[in-house]
Design a protein around this ligand. Sequence first.
Ligand code: ADP
Length: 251
Amino acid sequence: MRNAVEIRDLTLAYREKPVLWDIDLEVPEGVLMAIVGPNGAGKTTLIKAVLGLLNPAAGSVEILGDALSKVRHKVGYVPQRTSVDWDFPTSALDVVLMGRYGKIGWVNRPSKHDKALAREALEKVGMSDFSDRQINQLSGGQQQRVFLARALVQEADVYFMDEPFVGVDATTELTIVDILKELRSQGKTVIVVHHDLQTLEEYFDWAFLLNVRQIACGPVQEVLTAENLRLAYGGRSAFLEKAIQRDRITE
Ligand code: ADP
């Protein structure tokens, strides 16, 4: 099977300090994968490097077997909500329509079909009633839903999402999880920066554990071993204790 993402020998530094060190990663097509690791592990940096937003010191990245420049229209990105200027004066519907520009070009006006897709996506994320609302008048969770709708209308094959669950309520979290699983059932690959180990097994089928260096990648259960968690997080955490117990039971 083709890989959705293939990273070879990727090293990236901010000034002199290495933030990602010699990463090799193969993400099979069709998985719902979490990138996990402690704060400052390089998770956001990895996504930005894959999307060509940062220049690595070394290494190469392929998406769907090609250079990003050739498959950009097949890639969707939901950045961290806090990294976006929400004071930009625009409605929720317009934000979603921006997701269509990769398909229609910046100079063309969105067609009826584009608008219908945008409305449909807003409905899917439960935001139909807010389509005309200015985005700076939405709550954090509502903004996140609109951002997800924007990604959906891109009709991409590989999605990258940076901490989509941060600052959202439980209902929004479940809406987002349902949509991620639906994307997977359509054969899409979804790669999500996630910081909550407790929900990892429930939400994802694949995980990449990172702390500057890669620690493990594969099915969630295989990645979440006590040894791997210790390597990534050091010390002892409640979650690590659980993993140790589980390892003992399965040994
Ligand atoms: P994570 O997403 O895992 O929390 P990041 O990828 O955001 O980690 O950051 C990895 C490391 O790179 C951190 O030590 C962070 O302080 C550093 N870093 C991130 N962005 C910059 C930047 N623009 N300039 C310098 N250092 C940065």
